[in-house]
Design a protein around this ligand. Sequence first.
Ligand code: PLP
Length: 412
Amino acid sequence: MSLDPQKIRADFPILHQQVNGKPLVYLDNGATSQKPRAVIDALVRYYERDNSNVHRGLHALSMRATDGYEGARARVAKFINAADPAEVIFTRGTTESINVVARSWGHAHLKPGDVVLTTEFEHHSNLIPWQQAARAAGATLKFVPLLGVDGEGGPDLAALDTLLTPQVKLFAFTHVSNTLGTINPVAEFCRRARAVGAVTVIDAAQSIGHMPFDVQQIGCDFVAFSGHKMCGPTGIGVLYGRRALLEKLAPDETGGGIVVSVTYQDATWKPAPERFEAGTPNVADAIALGTACDYLDAVGREAIAAHDDQLARYAMDKLSALPGIRIIGPRAGSPRSGLVSFAFEHVHAHDVVTFANEDGIALRGGHHCNQPLMRKLGLASTSRASFYLYNTEEEIDRLAKSLERILKFFAG
Ligand code: PLP
């Protein structure tokens, strides 16, 4: 099934505007995606009709809000093929989801001498929580190396064999690198980690809305993702956890809504997912996230992945023709996600982004929350064009033209 981006664009009101007198070209989807009308409508409908607090009310609005919220949980469970909706915990986003595991699981399981394994190309959100958890427990943090001067070789799978010892208690890795575009073999990583008894955590922020994702097929223990990168609202995300693991964990945040019984001195916890959702949850955004799942499944994530791949190949082809460009990540023709990071020797990424903005194009420039990776690549920053289901080859042509203009300006 292929996808018609022109038809899809009609669903996204924000795309139909001019920036600096030019039609907007939105190529910053790695940072956040735009929202289809159906998601915006779901938010408005909730606040106009159903807004109420969940779980604790017996009136009509509270029951409707509760049904909507729990319905969204079941919808997300189906989206990732979780065995049970109770394995879906709503959070604020990927960052909070990873922190919940690092604090709850880390506190309960990590001891001095243990190893937490991750890779050299994680977003800070999948690095700093493990630094903190390892430091608190006296455990060691180790890294699967990245191969190639431009990171084009992907993770060093031979090194992974050596690194995955029985001391490794947890292996946390990204599915898709937000800077390189590398797609990690996540099922393979989980299989190898399981063989040494390590728990796995997948950062699926850049993949979940872009490609099929089946937690049972992948065989992972925890998965973190954000609604706002998959056509859903900001402020809502998910932590998927295998039920057997969640049940043994204490909450990392406590308060109302998570307890069976409370005395002046102590409290006992409800089972997951409530145990991990203290306080009033983000009902409206959870419901709209369910609508985003409907929207993406109606388009088809296989079709989205094929479209991303086609755009990435087209962009690699166009951009590699530019003089002095250094493209980071997998080489042209190799599989990569729908994003391309690049650098010019004599033009700073912030100038690239500023010039592109003059041409109505939204790009991102900086370290992309990947400072250690940037240092490893010998770069201060890159510019990044990241694509999604509504982007077109014509937009990439406009990007290439804009970059030619920048290069001409700086060539003087
Ligand atoms: N992980 C990756 C790979 C990302 O790209 C991002 C955001 O850019 C995050 C984690 C953090 O996501 P959030 O800011 O939605 O928590």
